[in-house]
Design a protein. Structure first.
Length: 497
């Protein structure tokens, strides 16, 4: 009974609220109607010039209001296609990369391969290159064989005959000359049907990209096409083996495929030649079986290639930019690898020095880390390694903040260091003050790793707060294993000395 009364009361309240809302809406409508009629009545007795000025002002205010609403709505939102950062859009010059490579070589970085690439770019335009991509068994090698009947192209009806990047030279009597690259099938290059690093690097070096299919596009095809299209190169999707389809099927495939291609990607359909066994009978009546390539219609492919290569200057300029961008990335990769190795070596070296200094220290984290020379010197060397001016980081504040964090963890670090030292009999006689020394080593190693992590992640993260956050994480990261490694390092050094 109580539930029924409650439901009835709620219904009455909703009905009353609905009636009130309807009445308010009617009131608003009547008010606006009254205002509209009064304005209209006055307009009838107003000069046309004044009406024009009045309407212009109203329209202007409305436009400003809509503009402000749009600004407020879109502020802070990324527009589609604007995800690329300024750094990614920056174009690199040959002179800039040559200077950076020379500076890296002076530091001890092996940049011989990059300097060879830059020398090739400086030498001038190379022959145009076209690379054939696609899944296995789509007929990439067969297309090249059809283009070059006298070439020895490894093809197979099983598929997957191309296991490495093969190069072939093509030239015809109409002046078309280019290098054809037969790429491994995507299901070979990557386990998930995508393209591996070597294949993707090759794609960035060529002038034109052709993606070969023999049926409707699959999801893995779309992924590969989008990745290749991202390199901003003239691209062609080739439907091969058209001899296997009827005219209606080809028309339907064309519609479906073109609807799923990114803007700027061309589509053509052709048929590569196919192998056929034939029997030859000699004059003496003996018979032999041979394989020959028969059929094939690649006229649409040749026409598309010829059309693309007419803009040779544009192709060469875009390819030069791609090669410079690739050289820039390779140089960054080499520098990053070199700096990481050198940085880790520096951190280990300073951790060992801290352990030796910790032998005589009474309280880890109060002498060397706060005021000592080692902490500041390690940070200066790390920032210099990454070409970061020391003034960009307040080293004194960083050391003090790190010391403050150490004080809260000091008891735990000392206890852990003591337990680790017990696992090495006689260690006290080797280096003395073992637990303090190991604690110093862990502190310096954690600070060094935290600084390296910030330096590697980019200039946006090079600040005291971020480094201290990394430092705090390092103080909890595999301390026991790291402590054991530091003890082994100290024992090894002690024995060597």
């Amino acid at each position: 009974m109580t539930n029924n009364n409650s439901v009835s009361l709620i219904r009455k309240a909703i009905i009353l609220l609905t009636v009130l809302i309807v009445l308010v809406v009617f009131l608003i409508i009547f008010q606006f109607t009254d205002i509209a009629f009064r304005v209209w009545d006055r307009i009838q007795h107003t000069p046309p010039a004044f009406i024009a000025i009045y309407l212009t002002i109203v329209a202007l205010i409305a436009a400003i209001g809509l503009g402000l609403i749009w600004k407020i709505w879109t502020v802070g939102r990324k527009r589609r296609g604007q995800g690329t950062t300024t750094a990614e859009k920056k174009r690199h010059t040959l002179e800039e990369l040559q200077a950076r490579a020379a500076a890296a070589r002076a530091q001890g970085v092996d940049v011989s391969a990059i300097e060879t690439e830059l020398a090739a770019i400086e030498a001038g335009p190379q022959e145009l290159e076209l690379a054939f991509f696609g899944k296995i068994s789509t007929g990439k090698s067969s297309l090249i064989q059809t283009l070059l009947p006298n070439a020895s192209v490894d093809t197979s009806i099983i598929g997957g005959s191309t296991t490495a990047i093969e190069r072939y030279h093509y030239e015809n009597n109409r002046g078309l000359s280019l290098t054809l690259l037969d790429m491994p099938g995507t299901h070979q290059a990557g386990a998930d049907g995508t393209l591996d690093r070597e294949v993707m690097t090759a794609a960035r070096r060529v002038h034109i990209v052709a993606y070969v299919i023999d049926q409707d596009l699959t999801e893995s095809d779309i992924i590969s096409i989008l990745r290749l299209h991202a390199f901003d190169k003239p691209m062609l999707v080739v439907l091969n083996k058209t001899n296997l389809y009827t005219a209606d099927e080809l028309a339907e495939l064309k519609t479906r495929i073109k609807s799923r291609l990114p803007d700027g990607v061309n589509y053509i359909a052709c048929a590569s030649a196919y192998r056929q066994k034939i029997q030859r009978i000699a004059a003496d009546g003996s018979a032999t079986w041979e394989e020959e390539y028969r059929g094939g219609d690649i006229a649409p492919l040749l026409q598309a290639i010829a059309q693309m290569t007419t803009a040779r200057g544009t192709l060469t300029a875009r390819n030069r930019e791609a090669l410079l961008s690739l050289a820039h990335e390779n140089l960054n990769h080499r520098l990053s690898h070199y700096r990481r190795e050198r940085g880790e070596a520096l951190v280990k070296n300073y951790a060992r020095k801290a352990m030796l200094g910790g032998v005589a220290a009474v309280g880890p984290g109060t002498d060397i880390l706060i005021q000592g020379y080692l902490g500041m010197d390690m940070l200066k060397h790390l920032t210099r390694l990454y070409d970061i001016p020391a003034r960009d980081i307040d080293l004194q504040t960083l050391v003090e903040a790190a010391s403050s964090k150490v004080k809260t963890q000091l008891t735990i670090i000392l206890a852990l260091a003591g337990n680790v030292c017990k696992a090495f009999p006689g260690i006290g006689t080797v280096i003395g003050g073992a637990s303090h020394a190991v604690a110093y080593g862990l502190i310096f190693e954690s600070l060094g790793r935290a600084t390296l992590q910030a330096l590697e992640s980019g200039s946006d993260n090079i600040n005291t707060q971020h480094i201290i956050q990394n430092f705090e994480e390092q103080l909890h990261n595999e301390l026991e294993t790291r402590a054991q490694n530091l003890v082994r390092l100290a024992i090894g050094r002690d024995k060597q000395s």
